[in-house]
Design a protein around this ligand. Structure first.
Ligand SMILES: [Fe+2]
Length: 311
């Protein structure tokens, strides 16, 4: 009979089916290591399939900074990457590093990591049989979709500034202690999550010349079907980025996005993060429109606790 350790070592690191992750979660460990030797041959095959079919799509639809990032990270389509190796290339460029996590990272902790140039990274990979739909993030989304953008200094600064502003929103409210603290925290977190969703995850950018669009959002860059849909489909609305709209716009995570926001450049995106921060400081994010994403009481409790511990 196989021992527990052997069993864990051969079960692989497949999304929702990895004993290593279940063990970490049951011990309450959020930040973990990447036991690379545990990836099964099927896990590597899954990475290979995903990477191979994205290659042409990236060539056609991705922002050129993303394409350059793929090259400078030395990512390849053969094997699930080792985070250590990715970080060895990444850190000298922008100081960012991919930090392995066991699963969902509460919003405040996630934003706080960004502010410190750490990117919480899922280490499991989707099942080889289901390459398309996946409600959870996986290492393909996080490493092939997000991390190449982190090699670009302008984008990296935007992410840091955003992370600090988003974490700062909770810290500001903790310091002010208004009567409706929880409600305001939820509103600020909704606004921040919406900003992140419509830029970092699903952002489009106008090309410098002509009227073409390129993708810089990681949710699109890791989706074979949606990357094409976002640029070419007549069923998607593409509108110029408008901060007041974005922070009040709800979204659903279980379908191709019907509404996408277009920025002019990374400088433009940076300026919008600056405005977002000003709005946060002046209380303008304290009462944004309700609905998705729903911020749970648990999420608010964790955020308040973490922000108070920092005071
Ligand atoms: Fe993501």
């Amino acid at each position: 009979m196989e021992s527990k350790a052997q069993e864990a070592a051969t079960a692989g690191l497949t999304t929702t089916k990895a004993p290593f992750i279940e063990g970490a979660k049951s011990r309450g460990e959020l930040f973990i290591s990447q036991p690379w030797e545990q990836y099964s041959e099927e896990n590597h095959q899954s990475w290979r399939n995903l990477y191979a079919r994205m290659a042409d799509r990236w060539e056609r639809y991705a922002n050129h900074r993303f394409l350059e990032g793929l090259g400078s990270l030395g990512l390849n389509g053969e094997r699930v990457p080792k985070l250590e190796e990715v970080n060895r290339f990444l850190a000298p460029l922008t100081g960012f590093k991919a930090k392995p996590v066991s699963g969902y990272v509460p919003a405040y902790l996630f934003f706080d990591c960004l502010g410190r140039r750490e990117f919480p990274t899922t280490i499991t990979i989707r099942d080889v049989a289901t390459p398309d739909y996946l409600p959870e993030p996986d290492i393909f989304h996080d490493i092939a979709g997000h991390v190449p953008m982190h090699t670009d200094p302008a984008f990296a600064e935007t992410l840091v500034r955003f992370g600090r502003a988003a974490a700062g929103a909770v810290e500001r409210l903790v310091a002010e202690e208004p009567d409706d603290l929880e409600e305001r925290v939820a509103s600020n977190m909704r606004a921040m999550a919406r900003f992140f969703w419509f830029t970092i995850e699903f952002g489009l950018m106008r090309e410098a010349e002509g009227d073409g669009l390129k993708v810089y959002g990681s949710g699109l860059l890791s989706s074979y079907g949606e990357i094409e849909h976002s640029v070419d489909s007549p069923h998607a609305q593409r509108v110029p980025f408008q901060l007041e709209w974005v922070i009040n716009q709800s979204f659903r995570i279980d379908r191709f996005q019907p509404l996408l926001f277009v920025v002019d450049s990374f400088d433009h995106l940076f300026d919008e993060v600056t405005r977002l921060e000003e709005w946060m400081r002046s209380g303008r994010l304290d009462h944004v429109a309700p609905c998705e994403p729903v911020i749970s009481e648990e999420e608010i409790r964790i955020s308040l606790e973490a922000a108070r511990a920092k005071q």
